[in-house]
Design a protein around this ligand. Structure first.
Ligand SMILES: Cc1ncc(COP(=O)(O)O)c(C=O)c1O
Length: 425
């Protein structure tokens, strides 16, 4: 393993490579191989990008054909054949079956950029400044989206005040639940409360980076109602939990919700090819002037080609029913390991193939992630101080590799917790 070039030339900002100190050379579906030939099972999947695995064969073939035919790889937002094919397929596979008539807005290819565009549009539509975001939410790193992100570590790097966001407690956090929404409603009804209605509420159905906190249908419906009763927009950030992760295309499917804007990125490009897109209700979309939220990389040819291929997984329920079944296996496995350590009060949370166990302590979680890495499993902690072990393998992971990864994981949890018990005995 030779890391000299990285250590000599790459910025101090580098992060994940410090947790996984090796140099990866190739990857296939749920496995990554380093340059020394060591194989790792991937329970991290590019932080939720690689829903369909590394080097997905169908997407690779489609992209090779596209390149060999001299397809248009970059076109700003000009009309191209791969973009048309993606739009048609998305409408046919995702929007029309749900009776959604949202417009597709492309922007620079990051989740953060999708959130920026949504915030801008909500402010434009309503003429208001403030947006409600929730404790433990994660919405990106650029200044507008960072203002909505709750985590202190990231906020502290902003260098300027992060303004125009009202922070409310997420449903499952202290002070959260329906009562806090009612309290805010009462403030908005009181002309002398000092509160004016916000431009929007932005929420994750499952807070992924925030610790895999899962909101209920009832609470989300109440957030939406509060927004709509005050002519504010209801924005769902489905950047990490969308694109099939929970066992359905959107994390909010079946919840009887009607978001004004849905943010998508990460898994949308299928192959790890970057793309971001907002789904915007037409009555809001008409407030944009041409090119008002521009960006050089609004939809790359390769991302459209691979992303279109990814949508074919949603033509029937085959993959999604597998996701629900594998997700249940993951949850059962985590419950079993939590049951072995009743005194530690480990909480298991998740839906579909985003599952997590809260070990209540960032240092313990870090030790578990290291133990997993040493035994050939890539896994990333999340939540406050990194205390939550989040399992997000590719949705296409074979059964035997899922079992192998879960076994490595529970052995690591056992080893670290038993050592910790010995130390504190
Ligand atoms: C829910 C959510 N929103 C927004 C983002 C930001 O996306 P990006 O890192 O592509 O800017 C992330 C990234 O983890 C996310 O999980």
């Amino acid at each position: 393993m030779n890391v000299d070039a990285f250590e000599k030339w790459e910025s101090e900002i580098r992060g994940y490579c410090r947790a996984y100190p090796t140099v990866f050379a190739s990857a296939s579906n749920a496995r990554q191989i380093d340059e020394d030939g060591r194989s790792y099972i991937d329970f991290f999947a590019g932080a939720g990008v690689l829903n369909f695995g590394h080097n997905n064969a169908r997407m690779k073939r489609a992209m090779i054909e596209f390149l060999e035919a001299d397809g248009v790889a970059h076109s700003l937002d000009m009309y191209t054949t791969p973009k048309r094919a993606f739009i048609e397929k998305f409408a046919e596979t995702v929007l029309e079956p749900r009776g959604m008539n949202h417009r597709m807005q492309f922007m620079g290819p990051t989740g953060s950029n999708a959130v920026e565009a949504a915030l801008k549009l909500a402010r434009k539509v309503t003429g208001r400044h403030n947006v409600v975001a929730f404790s433990h939410g994660f919405h990106g790193m650029t200044l507008g989206s960072l203002a909505c992100t709750a985590n202190d570590y990231f906020r502290n790097a902003a260098g300027v005040p992060l303004l125009n966001v009202i922070r409310m407690p997420f449903e499952t956090r202290p002070g959260g639940g329906l009562q806090s929404l009612d309290d805010y409603r009462a403030l908005l009804a009181d002309v002398s409360s000092g509160h004016k209605p916000p431009a929007a509420f932005i929420v994750e159905v499952i807070q992924a980076e925030g610790g895999v906190n899962v909101a209920s249908k009832e609470w989300l419906q109440a957030v939406q109602k509060l927004a709509h009763d005050h002519s504010a927009l209801f924005i769902i950030d489905d950047i990490q939990a969308g694109c099939g992760r929970t066992g359905s295309y959107f994390s909010f499917d079946g919840m009887d919700l009607d978001p004004d804007i849905v943010n998508l990125a990460k898994g949308l490009g299928g192959f790890g090819t970057p793309i971001a897109m907002n789904l915007v209700k037409p009555e809001h979309d008409k407030h944009w002037q041409p090119g008002e939220h521009t960006g050089t990389f609004r939809g790359q040819g390769l991302s459209f080609v691979a992303g279109r291929e990814a949508l074919s997984y949603f033509e029937n329920d085959e993959l999604m029913s597998e996701v629900r079944a594998k997700g249940q296996r993951m949850a059962d496995h985590l419950q079993a390991i939590a049951g072995e350590f009743p005194a530690e009060k480990l909480a298991v949370r998740g839906r579909g193939m985003i599952q997590a166990i809260d070990v209540n302590d960032g240092a313990l979680a870090k030790a578990m992630a290291k133990e997993c890495f040493d035994n050939g499993l890539l896994i990333g902690p999340c939540g406050s101080g990194g205390r939550v072990m989040k399992l997000i393998p590719p949705l296409t992971i074979p059964d035997d590799e899922l079992s192998e990864g879960l076994d490595i994981f529970s052995n690591a949890v056992r080893k670290v917790l038993q050592e910790n018990q010995r130390k504190s005995a």
